[in-house]
Design a protein around this ligand. Structure first.
Ligand code: TPP
Ligand code: MG
Length: 945
C-alpha cells in the first residue's frame, strides 16, 4: 500500500481495496485480508445485488474509513500539533487529528490492521493504533512537515516517505554527537565572548537559533560531496558574524579588529571613494571547509532586508553557467547551490521575497532550487508574529510556490539536521526550492543595546530561564552517558581560550583589512577605439540575416530584414538605425569572445518592436535566435523576457554580473520610468557597492527616456536619481542621440569590462528609434569611438557669430534641430552632451573654446528643472564657464511630477521651450516653462564688462 494511494483516501478507496480482495484475496496483505474475511462491506454487497450487510459490518466499515482518514489528517495537518516553539507556546492544533472527529476510538484502531495507515509506520506495527502513534511521532513532535500544498504527487510522496522512514534522521553516535556539541559550543562561546568583551555593542547575536550553523554545515557537506562547485549564501544581520566566522572562515582577528573600529591607514583612501560598511554587512568567499573543491561565498548585504535574495540567485545562476562558446549558454544546476537565510518578519513583509521566489522556476532565472532558511526568532525588532504576517506561519508565502516547508524546533538538534539533509536531498532529486522554518527565540534584544522586556516582558522571563541548546544537548548527552559533563566543559574552555588568545595578540590597525576598490583607469574610456572593419560588419550582418532552411519569417519582418540587407552597402548614407546598430554591436562583441546576457520585460521583441532578437516561424511558431547562430561568435548569447518585475530582476542581474564580470550583462526597462521599482537595488548595490564593499559592477541599463506626451509615467527614466548618486566615478550615464554612438558605447562597455568596469546607464529612444536623425552611416560604425560630447557641425563654419551655445542631451536635440527656427538662428549652436557622468569636462571645454563670441550658454532640457540633468550640470557648467559668459536654464519649471498628464499640454510646453532655445531677446516667463533669469556667472560677466 503506497503512501500516495493513501493521500486523499475515502470510503471509495476502502471499497476498491475490498473489491480487489474479493477478486483475489492474495492481492492484499495478510492483515487486510484478515479484516475482510470477518465482515462484508455493505455498499460492496449492494453493488453485487447480494443481501444487505449486517449492522456490525457497516460499523467496521466506518472504523476503517475513520482510521484511514485520521492517518491522512495527521499527514496533512500534523504540523499544527507539533511542538515547534522551544519556549513552549501552545500549538495551533486541529480537530481532525483527533480520532473522535472521524467517529472512531483507540479501541477501534487497535482492532484494525496497521496497513490501513500505510507507509513505513505500518511496517512493524501490529495494529492501526500503533501505526497511528508512530505517525504522530513523525508529524506532531518537534518537526512540522508542511507539505500538503505540493501539487506533484511524486514530490509529496517523496517527502512523506522521507519523513516517515526517518531516513534522514542523523544517528547521533558518540563521535558525531561530540562533534555537534563542539560546534554548538563554538557558536555559543563566540557570542558570549563578544558580549563579555564588547558589552552592548551591536552584533545581532545568533543565540536562540544556534542550530543555524550545524544546519549550514550539513547542507555544505551535502553539496561538497556531490560535486557542487559553488555555494552562495545570502543573509541579513542576525547571526551573520557567527556565519562569517565559522562558515566563511573570516579570521577572528579581523572580526575583533572590526569591533575595535580603528581608523586603519588603508581606510583613508577617500580619494578612491571608499567609505566602507558596518561589520555585519560584509561578504566573503572561502574554499569550503567541507572539502570537495567547492567555494562558499556570502554576498555583501545592505540593511535593507531581503534585498540580497535576487542578488544571490543571480550569483548562483552565473556560477552554474557555461558561456564560453557560441549559441545559448548551458546552465548546470549541479554546479551551484544558493542558500538564503531570511528573517521571520522580513520574509512575509518584503515584496522582493515574492519577486525572487517567482524567478525560481523561470527559464532564464532558475537555479535548480534555493534552500531557504527562516531564522525564526518569533520577533521582528519589537513586533510580534501577529503584527507581522497574515499567513499562519512566517513561511506562508512559500506555499503558493509549492515549496516544501519544514518547521523545526531549534532546540532539537537531530530534528534540525534531519531537516537540513532532507532539504539538500530534495533539491538534488527535484531541482526545486526548499524551506526550513527554524523556530527558535532571540536571547537578547533586537541588538545588544536594546531592552526587550519593555515590549515582551513575559516572553523574556521565559527566555531568561531557558537553557541554551548547547546546554540542553550537553545535558542530554551526559544523561545518556555519551559525552560527560567534564568533556562538555572542556569544549567551552577550549573555544574561550582561542578567542582570548586572539584578542590578546590583536593589533587592530594591522588586523583590519578594508575592501578598498581599485581605482578606475584614468582616461581609458576616452581612448578606447571601438570601430569595426566594414568587411567584418558585412559578414556579421549576412550571418544575422540567414535563417534555417524552410523558416517562415513574418511578412512585415521580412521587409525590415530586406532593408537590413542593404544597410551596409553605402558607407556614406544614414542607413543604420538604432536596432541595426545594436544587433551589429552585439554580434561584434560575441565575435570578440564576450558572452552577452540581455533581460527585461519583452526584450526579445523590444517594447517598441525594434529588436526582434528572437524570430518566430510564422507558421509553426518555432524560434530562431540569429545571435545564437553566428558562426563568428566565440561567446554565448542569451535573451530572456523577464517577468513583470523590476527589483528582483535587476538584483538578479547585479548578482550575475558580480559573479561573472567578464560577461556583458544588460537589463532593459520597459520604459525607464519603471526602474524606480528597483530603487533599493540601485541605491544599495549598484551605485554604492563600490564605496561600501569595493565591488566593481559593470551591469548595463537600457532605459527608454524622452518626453513624448505619454504622461508622467512614460516620460522619464529619472536620470537625476543616477546623477545624485554619482560620485568618485561609480557609473557612466549616457544619453545617446545616434545609432553609431549607441554602437560605440556598447562596444566600449564590453572592451572595458576587465580594465575599467563601471555600471553603464543608457537613456534610450522611443519614438526616435526609427527617426532619420538618429540613424548613422556605416562609416560611423567602422571608425572611431564613443564621443562624450557632439558639437554642432553645422554651426562650426559660423562659430564666430554664435552668441548662444545651447547645451542639451538626448531627444530634445532632435526637436531642436527639427525646428523651423534652426536654419535662421545663425547665432545659436546646439551641442549634445552625450555623456552626463562622468562629467565631460575636457570635451565641453573644447566646445566652449570653439565659440569666441558667446554671451551665454543655455542648458535646455525637457524635464522639470528639479529633474533631468540640470541641477547636476549647473555648478559644473558654472565652474567650466567661469566669467566667460552667462548660463541659463531653459526647460520645464520645477515640479513634483515628471510631466504633463495631457498630450496637448505637453506639446504646448515642448513647443515653447524649443522656441525659447532660439529666442535670444524675449524675456518671457511661463508658469510651466522657464527661461531662467541669468545665473550667477552671467551677473558676474556683466558686472565685469
Ligand atoms: C527594508 C527594511 N525595513 C526596515 C528595516 C529595519 N529593521 C531592521 S531589523 C528589523 C526587524 C527584522 O525582523 P526579522 O526579519 O524577524 O529579523 P530578526 O532581527 O528578528 O532576526 C527591522 C524592521 C530594515 N533593516 N530593512
Ligand atoms: Mg525575527
Amino acid at each position: 500500500m503506497t503512501l500516495e494511494r493513501i493521500s486523499g483516501v475515502n470510503a471509495g478507496y476502502v471499497l476498491e481495496l475490498y473489491e480487489k480482495y474479493r477478486q483475489d484475496p492474495q492481492s492484499v496483505d495478510a492483515a487486510t485480508r484478515a479484516v475482510f474475511e470477518s465482515w462484508v462491506p455493505a455498499d460492496a454487497v449492494r453493488q453485487d445485488g447480494a443481501p444487505p450487510a449486517a449492522t456490525g459490518a457497516t460499523g467496521d466499515m466506518r472504523a476503517i474509513v475513520g482510521a484511514v482518514n485520521l492517518a491522512e489528517s495527521i499527514r496533512r495537518f500534523g504540523h499544527l500539533a507539533a511542538q515547534l516553539d522551544p519556549l513552549g507556546s501552545a500549538q495551533i492544533g486541529d480537530s481532525t487529528l483527533n480520532p473522535k472527529t472521524h467517529g472512531i476510538t483507540d479501541d477501534d484502531l487497535k482492532r484494525l490492521p496497521a496497513s490501513l495507515v500505510g507507509g513505513p509506520p505500518a511496517d512493524h506495527s501490529s495494529n492501526a493504533y500503533e501505526a497511528i502513534e508512530k505517525l504522530r511521532r513523525v508529524y506532531c513532535s518537534t518537526t512540522g512537515f508542511d507539505i500538503a500544498h505540493l501539487f506533484v504527487p511524486a514530490e509529496r510522496g517523496w517527502m512523506r516517505e522521507a519523513a516517515e522512514s526517518g531516513r534522514y534522521l542523523p544517528a547521533l553516535d558518540p563521535v558525531s554527537a561530540e562533534a555537534l556539541l563542539d560546534r554548538l559550543t563554538q557558536v555559543e562561546v563566540f557570542e558570549r565572548f563578544l558580549q563579555r568583551t564588547f558589552t552592548g555593542k551591536t552584533r545581532f547575536s545568533i543565540e536562540g537559533l544556534d542550530m543555524l550553523l550545524p544546519i549550514l554545515d550539513e547542507i555544505m557537506a551535502g553539496a561538497a560531496g556531490t560535486g557542487t562547485r559553488h555555494m552562495m549564501l545570502g543573509m541579513a544581520h542576525r547571526g551573520r558574524l557567527n556565519v562569517l566566522a565559522h562558515i566563511l572562515q573570516k579570521p577572528y582577528a579581523q572580526i575583533l579588529a572590526e569591533f575595535k573600529d580603528p581608523i586603519a591607514v588603508q581606510m583613508l583612501r577617500m580619494d578612491l571613494g571608499f567609505m566602507g560598511d558596518v561589520k555585519y554587512h560584509a561578504g566573503g568567499t572561502t574554499e569550503s571547509p567541507a572539502g570537495g573543491h567547492m567555494w562558499v561565498s556570502m554576498a555583501p548585504n545592505p540593511s535593507h532586508l531581503e534585498a540580497v535574495n535576487p542578488v544571490v540567485a543571480g550569483m548562483a545562476r552565473a556560477a552554474g553557467t557555461l558561456a564560453d562558446r557560441a549559441g545559448a549558454p548551458i546552465f548546470d544546476g549541479a554546479m551551484t547551490l544558493p542558500v538564503l537565510i531570511h528573517g521571520d518578519s522580513a520574509f512575509p513583509g518584503q515584496g522582493i521575497v515574492a519577486e525572487t521566489l517567482n524567478l525560481s522556476r523561470l527559464d532564464g532565472y532558475h537555479t535548480d532550487g534555493t534552500i531557504h532558511i527562516i531564522a525564526n526568532n518569533q520577533l521582528g525588532f519589537t513586533a510580534t508574529p501577529g503584527e507581522s504576517f497574515s499567513t499562519s506561519y512566517a513561511s506562508g508565502l512559500a506555499r503558493g510556490f509549492k515549496i516544501p516547508i519544514i518547521h523545526v524546533n531549534a532546540d532539537d538538534p537531530a530534528a534540525c539536521l534531519e531537516a537540513a539533509r532532507m532539504a539538500w536531498e530534495y533539491r538534488a532529486a527535484f531541482h526545486k526550492d526548499f524551506l526550513i522554518d527554524l523556530v527558535g527565540y532571540r536571547r537578547h534584544g533586537h541588538n545588544e543595546g536594546d531592552e526587550p522586556a519593555f515590549t515582551q516582558p513575559v516572553m523574556y522571563k521565559r527566555i531568561n530561564a531557558h537553557p541554551s541548546v548547547r546546554e540542553l544537548f550537553s545535558a542530554s548527552l551526559a544523561k545518556h552517558g555519551t559525552v560527560s559533563q567534564e568533556v562538555a566543559d572542556g569544549l567551552v574552555k577550549k573555544h574561550f581560550t582561542v578567542l582570548e588568545q586572539t584578542f590578546a595578540a590583536l593589533k587592530p590597525e594591522e588586523d583590519f583589512v578594508a575592501p578598498i576598490p581599485t581605482p578606475a583607469a584614468p582616461g581609458l574610456a576616452a581612448k578606447t577605439q571601438t570601430g569595426v572593419p566594414i568587411e567584418l560588419l558585412r559578414d556579421l550582418n549576412e550571418s544575422l540575416l540567414s535563417t534555417p532552411a524552410g523558416f517562415h519569417v513574418h511578412k512585415k519582418l521580412e521587409r525590415i530584414r530586406e532593408r537590413k540587407r542593404a544597410m551596409l552597402t553605402s558607407p556614406g548614407e544614414r542607413t543604420v538605425d538604432w536596432g541595426g546598430a545594436e544587433e551589429l554591436a552585439f554580434a561584434s562583441i560575441l565575435a570578440e569572445g564576450t558572452p552577452i546576457r540581455l533581460t527585461g520585460e519583452d526584450v526579445q521583441r523590444g517594447t517598441f518592436s525594434h529588436r526582434h532578437a528572437v524570430l518566430h516561424d510564422a507558421e509553426t511558431g518555432v524560434e530562431h535566435v540569429p545571435l545564437q547562430q553566428l558562426p563568428q561568435a566565440r561567446g554565448s548569447f542569451e535573451i530572456h523576457n523577464s517577468p513583470l518585475t523590476e527589483a528582483a530582476t535587476i538584483g538578479f542581474e547585479f548578482g550575475y554580473n558580480m559573479q561573472e564580470p567578464q560577461h556583458l550583462v544588460i537589463w532593459e526597462a520597459q520604459y525607464g520610468d519603471f526602474i524606480n521599482g528597483a530603487q533599493i537595488i540601485l541605491d544599495q548595490f549598484v551605485t554604492s557597492g563600490r564605496s561600501k564593499w569595493g565591488l566593481k559592477p559593470s551591469l548595463v541599463f537600457l532605459l527608454p527616456h524622452g518626453y513624448e506626451g505619454q504622461g508622467p509615467e512614460h516620460s522619464s527614466a529619472r536620470p537625476e536619481r543616477f546623477l545624485q548618486a554619482a560620485a568618485d566615478i561609480n557609473l557612466r550615464l549616457v544619453n545617446c542621440t545616434t545609432a553609431a554612438q549607441y554602437f560605440h558605447v556598447l562596444r566600449r562597455q564590453a572592451a572595458l569590462l576587465e580594465s575599467d568596469p563601471l555600471p553603464l546607464v543608457v537613456l534610450t529612444p522611443k519614438s526616435l528609434l526609427r527617426h532619420p536623425a538618429v540613424s548613422s552611416t556605416p562609416q560611423e560604425l567602422t571608425e572611431g569611438h564613443f564621443h562624450s560630447v557632439l558639437d554642432d557641425a553645422d554651426a562650426l563654419p559660423r562659430a564666430k557669430s554664435v552668441r548662444r551655445l545651447v547645451l542639451c542631451s538626448g531627444k530634445v536635440y532632435v526637436d531642436l534641430i527639427g525646428h523651423e527656427r534652426r536654419a535662421s538662428a545663425k547665432d545659436v549652436a546646439i551641442c549634445r552632451t552625450e555623456q552626463l557622468y562622468p562629467f565631460p569636462n575636457v570635451a565641453l571645454r573644447e566646445v566652449l573654446d570653439r565659440y569666441p563670441s558667446l554671451t551665454e550658454v543655455a542648458w535646455v532640457q525637457e524635464e522639470p528643472s528639479n529633474m533631468g540633468a540640470w541641477e547636476f550640470m549647473w555648478p559644473r557648467l558654472e565652474e567650466l564657464i567661469g566669467d566667460r559668459c552667462g548660463l541659463r536654464y531653459i526647460g520645464r519649471a520645477r515640479n513634483s511630477s515628471p510631466s504633463e498628464g495631457s498630450s496637448a499640454w505637453h506639446q504646448v510646453n515642448q513647443k515653447m521651450l524649443i522656441e525659447l532655445a532660439f529666442d535670444l531677446k524675449t524675456d518671457m516667463l511661463s508658469p510651466s516653462v522657464v527661461w531662467s533669469k541669468p545665473m550667477r556667472s552671467l551677473a558676474t560677466a556683466t558686472a565685469k564688462k
